[in-house]
Design a protein around this ligand. Structure first.
Ligand SMILES: O=C(O)CCC(=O)C(=O)O
Ligand SMILES: [Mn+2]
Length: 193
């Protein structure tokens, strides 16, 4: 599959399958799986405390808050730094943080949201890398409800920028299909606001 732009207007979500080769992807999946102190956190959803339907870990220089929880920062590992540098080059942007998510099976998911917290600035660049099982990624326009979706392949890079967070929301829905565990990394630049 060729690199492609997923958004018709109001921002960019540029998809690059095979950004990491199969060998690199397998090696990175394994080391992130083994080195990450995975956390199962509770989040506040519609005022109620519920377990987050995935495991996660936050790396970077600054703490990060979303959905009512604060993630303490920890230094990036050599593997994460290697991936960060490749993403910085591809996205022509700098990143100082990464949220690492583990979707253990089809019942793990990420609800509809935008990465639009104030500390990300007004038009954040977000580099999203996927390793392992393929999952469907959906983008939904806030106003006209237009839907774009793509199956995020192992080794792929998705760079969201411009108005993508202001005008669109995104999610990873649950699936009843059998899916292998998937690791996703979203690199961001957090301003100290
Ligand atoms: O798992 C994904 O592909 C999306 C993750 C995401 O949207 C996030 O971490 O903010
Ligand atoms: Mn997101």
């Amino acid at each position: 599959m060729q690199p492609q732009e997923l958004l018709p207007f109001d921002g960019s979500a540029f998809y690059r399958p095979g950004f990491f080769g199969a060998g690199d992807s397998e090696r990175m999946f394994r080391s992130i799986m083994d080195e990450t102190p995975w956390e199962a956190r509770n989040i506040i959803l519609f005022g109620k405390e519920v377990p987050q339907p995935r495991l996660a870990c936050w790396y970077g220089d600054l703490a990060y808050s979303y959905s009512g929880i604060t993630l303490d920062p920890r230094p990036m590992t050599p593997t994460l730094l290697e991936i960060k540098h490749r993403c910085e080059e591809a996205a022509s942007a700098k990143f100082n943080s990464v949220l690492v998510n583990l979707y253990r099976d089809g019942q793990d998911s990420m609800g509809l949201h935008a990465d639009d917290e104030p500390e990300l600035g007004s038009e954040p660049v977000i580099a999203s890398v996927s390793f392992g099982g393929e999952r469907n990624f959906r983008l939904r326009h806030r106003e006209n409800k237009e839907l774009r979706q793509i199956s995020l392949a192992s080794g792929s890079l998705l760079v969201m920028s411009g108005l993508s967070q202001a005008c669109w929301m995104h999610d990873i829905p649950k699936t009843k299909k059998f899916v292998a565990p998937r690791i996703n990394l979203t690199f961001r630049y957090i301003y100290n606001v």
